[in-house]
Design a protein around this ligand. Structure first.
Ligand code: GH3
Ligand code: MG
Ligand code: MG
Ligand code: MG
Ligand code: MG
Length: 316
């Protein structure tokens, strides 16, 4: 007896008692205890309840015909419980077979059919069922891996917040959204002050840790759906603030400056004694005639101004 087949769930759909007895006998021989349905309706019910691996399907039945049963099974099955359908019938015309395949059959056997053929066909079909399930599993794993890659491709490795790529993407989307609803939007560019000196004095590792802390502050300032906090590059961060005018953006930027200073991360080579950030703010009412990159360029100019004015502050 083939031990593997002991687990196979086979549904025999057959209205002739004699045929049921014969086919069941062949299956029992190889360790399969079949479910039996004697009408099309009973077959669909049993399929729904038991989700068999293989259906041996007669065509001429007392109620609906086997073609219809096959169609209903194909409609009912999910993508991860594929069932093999083997027609087993006296209908011997080429067209009958073609129709069986067309409605979702995987094989077509003509009665009378002997023990050896039934057993071999069930074995072969079960091999296919297992392969199909393995394929579904691998596909699921691939999908998960893909999603993770997708997530990683948009995440900054050091700080865990969004990276430049996601920023570029979201900026344009937010621009279009705000243009559509006629609301202003803002960009805040942030840059850690005297960060080269910070690295020089405390080391690159401490510099990395400092960037992680600043990133957390920046991210906390972007909690709404249309907001995004991203690492723009190096020790620079950027905030996209949807539906936010200049007043709102300045308020957010000033709060970040206060919070970062309030963290009191020692920076002995800064005139502020602690790590600080400078911010450049730009707000616009997006429209077709205005280019989206103007927003970042203008915020960058404002940032330069904030640096000139002594850092640890906001310019616009
Ligand atoms: P300013 O106040 O004008 O912004 O001066 P700054 O020193 O912060 O600016 P500058 O552009 O001269 O130096 C930026 C420094 O940031 C230099 C670079 O080594 C450092 N940096 C960039 N990315 C990283 C990083 O991922 N980790 C660490 N530790 N340092 C970084
Ligand atoms: Mg029949
Ligand atoms: Mg910089
Ligand atoms: Mg600089
Ligand atoms: Mg800097």
């Amino acid at each position: 007896m083939n031990k593997k087949l002991g687990k196979v769930k086979v549904l025999v759909v057959e209205d002739s008692k004699v045929a049921i007895k014969a086919i069941s006998g062949y299956l029992e021989d190889i360790g399969v205890h079949p479910l039996v349905a004697e009408s099309g309706q009973a077959a669909v019910e049993l399929y729904r309840r038991e989700r068999p691996d293989i259906v041996l399907l007669d065509i001429i039945l007392p109620d609906v015909d086997g073609y219809d049963v096959a169609r209903q099974i194909r409609k009912l099955q999910g993508k991860d419980d594929w069932t093999a359908i083997i027609f087993l019938t006296v209908m011997s015309k080429d067209e009958d077979l073609a129709r069986g395949i067309e409605v979702g059959g995987d094989d077509y056997l003509m009665k009378p059919v002997g023990r050896v053929v039934v057993q071999a066909k069930v074995s072969a079909m079960y091999r296919l069922v297992r392969m199909q399930r393995a394929l579904v599993k691998v596909t699921e794993q691939l999908n998960e891996a893909n999603q993770e890659l997708q997530r990683l491709s948009m995440t900054d490795g050091l700080t865990g917040i969004a990276n430049r790529r996601l920023f570029d993407d979201l900026l344009v989307r937010e621009w279009r959204r705000c243009a559509r609803i006629g609301k202003p939007m803002s960009v805040v560019l942030l840059d850690v002050d005297y960060f080269k000196k910070y690295n020089d004095r405390y080391g690159h590792q401490a510099g990395d840790d400092c960037l992680k802390v600043v990133a957390r502050e920046v991210a906390a300032a972007a909690p709404r759906a249309g907001d995004l906090a991203a690492r723009y590059g190096g020790e620079e961060f950027v905030l996209v603030l949807g539906e936010t005018d200049e007043g709102g953006a300045r308020w957010v930027a000033e709060r970040i400056c206060r919070h970062v200073l309030g963290l009191k991360m020692m920076h002995e080579d800064s005139p502020h004694d602690y790590v600080t950030v400078s911010c450049g703010v730009c707000s616009v009412l997006p429209s077709d005639s205005l280019a989206v990159d103007k927003l970042v360029k203008t915020a960058d100019k404002a940032l330069y101004l904030a640096k000139e004015r002594g850092r640890n502050g906001v310019a616009y």
